[in-house]
Design a protein around this ligand. Structure first.
Ligand code: TMP
Length: 201
């Protein structure tokens, strides 16, 4: 039926919004599934552990990028596509845009190769709608511990490049950009308004 994704830098509050959306969809009796990236499958969760392990300081940017793409390929083939074909509503906590922003811009691998490999990994499956929750430096520093996982410990310089990536992506029509300094209820109302204007259930 539809593929909806949530994006943003670490600490942007997307997990809270996804939880609120799950409650809303249950009330509406909509058949839906939620998966996180990297992860969402048994193989993907094993890849996630490698990617986020702080001890893996030696990981090259290309290895990192290909591991994210591998987790995504497994998730799309085994879980996402079959559900979309059955007419379900699928929500993803991060997807291709995360790789464009984090690996393409953050790690400076470039947008072109990131898109190409991801189109191979997903058989060119793009979301119908993407919510991008924007946060500023102060909120990021308040919410994200530098002692967090391998990606969270990257610091603000890296995140600034990731934000540039998201800014570039947000020109696309499927992107809905939301200021995550708003209250959780206001953000959620905004999300629901968009969902109701795109899909009917
Ligand atoms: P999470 O904390 O939202 O679960 O995401 C895990 C981390 O992985 C987060 O720091 C963003 C990063 N990431 C990428 O760098 N590239 C990707 O393609 C994905 C899906 C996540």
């Amino acid at each position: 039926m539809a593929l909806v994704t949530f994006e943003g830098i670490d600490g942007c509050g997307k997990s809270t919004q996804i939880e609120m959306l799950k409650t809303y969809l249950k009330k509406k009796n909509v058949e839906f599934s939620v998966f996180r990236e990297p992860g969402g499958t048994s193989i993907g969760e094993q890849i996630r552990q490698i990617l986020l392990n702080r001890d893996n300081t030696d990981m090259s940017a290309k290895t990192e990028f290909l591991l994210y793409a591998a987790s995504r390929a497994q998730l799309v083939e085994k879980e996402v596509k079959p559900r979309l074909e059955r007419g379900e509503f699928v929500i993803l906590d991060r997807y291709i845009d995360s790789s464009v922003a984090y690996q393409g811009f953050g790690r400076k691998l470039g947008k072109r190769m990131v898109v190409l490999i991801n189109e191979f990994a997903t058989e060119v499956l793009y979301p119908d709608l993407t919510f991008y929750l924007e946060i500023d430096e102060e909120t990021f520093k308040k919410r994200v511990r530098s002692s967090g996982d391998r990606m969270e410990s990257e610091g603000w310089d890296f995140m600034e490049r990731v934000i540039k990536g998201y800014e570039f992506l947000s020109k696309s029509r499927r992107f809905v950009k939301i200021d995550s300094r708003l209250s959780q209820d206001r953000i959620f109302n905004y999300i629901i308004r968009e969902i109701e204007s795109h899909f009917s259930f």
